[in-house]
Design a protein around this ligand. Sequence first.
Ligand SMILES: *Cc1c(COP(=O)(O)O)cnc(C)c1O
Length: 228
Amino acid sequence: MPDLASRYNEAQQRVAAAAKQAGRSELDVTLVVITKNHPAQLVLDLLDLGARDFGENRDQEAAPKAAEVAVASNEAAKWHFVGQLQSNKAKSALSYSSVLHSLDRESLLQSVAKITPMRAAPLDVFIQLNLTDDPGRGGIQPENLSAFAEKVLAVEGINLLGVMGVAALDRAPEIDFETIASCSAELQKLHASAKFISAGMSGDFEKAISFGATHVRIGTAITGNRQY
Ligand SMILES: *Cc1c(COP(=O)(O)O)cnc(C)c1O
């Protein structure tokens, strides 16, 4: 717990410093703590430390964790789903998640569209970009972004927040953060309020903030190494 507190505080300070450096307010950057491969107790400890936004990438793990946290804490955790979501898991994942960062394909959009009209509140969604040269990888390729975004905007119960990306490991992250920023600018021409950018992880979140990230997804820098 003391270690967790100091890592969480340090991450918050680094986010604030990076925002300031970029001439932005720290309030413009949401720190989402990625708690995958950690037990519900870690989320409860982070709630005690003041964290409210948590991210998970697998429904099988996240669904029972979210339920356990809801029972055990008076503070409400806000869940962000950040991993590739199988269509048959969409209903479960969206029952506890408020934000989907990984809308990455047409078939998932179709599954989500069956669920969102019944929700009490709109689902906040990021379109995940494919930043690799491999069209077979998950994510929407930048050249297809506007066409896909129009389909997303036509769905009832979705609030399109913006774009999400994961920088490739085999090159400088700045290259991908620049692509994400230009995709964001293009998307805002279509839909001005879709101005948010989910980008940056433990190893590169300060750079992502300098390229306009509004949601950083930080795991190991806060939680320590994951338990598999
Ligand atoms: C695991 C994960 C993260 C966090 O990664 P760290 O390097 O531990 O900060 C961020 N985004 C996604 C999509 C992830 O799956």
